[in-house]
Design a protein around this ligand. Structure first.
Ligand code: E4P
Length: 220
């Protein structure tokens, strides 16, 4: 399972890259706004910075703002031309699916975002999306089990032999990451804090302290 960080914060992306386990980055318009990035040139410049930090071979999802097919195509082509790491993130709408189909035929990689049902997942795979982003945290927010959607899509994609990678999104905790790994997600995207939460176990700390104390006793 690949690990992506879901942020536009350059310090977090740098720190995640330095961990040595990062495979990519996802962003969205809310995350860009949170970093105070606005206007076409600053947005493109910020994506360029993210791509430079993560280095070659690590996908960076950049979302279109247009909601109509023609606008998505213009915007998506501009984003894709910016850097080879860029994956064009397109919302799950009628125009979005048409755009994903167009991009797929043009060899431009896509991430179909805002997915909340198995039916939407089938449409995105049929259109040739590279990645599919089901938002599990936002389903949990409505007191449903977000992880059940991942399980359902894993079953459908495996039964049908779809190539689209399942990128579990709106993943917010270490437990979500473990659940996604068990369910067979291809990728998780989450804040850096959720990845860092995987590191810690009190028995690791206690065990290491004992090893070092014993070593000191024996070696002075
Ligand atoms: C996915 O790509 C989205 O950027 C993201 O995971 C949404 O997460 P949230 O529901 O925590 O905002």
């Amino acid at each position: 399972m690949l690990f992506f960080v879901d942020t536009a914060n350059l310090d977090d992306i740098r720190e995640a890259t330095e961990l040595g386990i990062l495979d990519g980055v996802t962003t969205n318009p809310s995350l860009m706004a949170k970093e105070g990035i606005s206007g076409e040139a600053p947005v493109l410049n910020h994506y360029q910075k993210i791509c430079d930090i993560v280095g070659p071979g690590r996908d960076v999802s950049a979302e279109v703002i247009s909601t109509d097919f023609a606008g998505m195509i213009v915007e998506g082509k501009r984003l894709a031309e910016l850097h080879e790491n860029i994956v064009v993130k397109v919302p799950m709408t009628v125009d979005g699916i048409k755009a994903i189909s167009f991009f797929s035929q043009a060899g431009i990689r896509t991430n179909c975002t805002l997915v909340f049902s198995a039916g939407q997942a089938i449409l995105a795979a049929k259109a040739g999306a590279t990645y599919l982003s089901p938002f599990i945290g936002r389903i949990d927010d409505m007191s449903w089990e977000g992880i059940d959607l991942i399980k359902e899509i894993v079953e459908i994609y495996s039964t049908q032999g779809y190539d689209t990678s399942i990128l579990a999104a709106s993943v917010r905790s270490p437990l979500h990451i473990v659940q996604c790994a068990k369910a067979g997600a291809d990728v998780v995207t989450c804040p850096l804090s959720a990845i860092k939460g995987l590191f810690y176990h009190p028995l690791t700390d206690i065990g290491l302290a004992k090893f070092l104390a014993d070593h000191k006793k024996a070696n002075g």
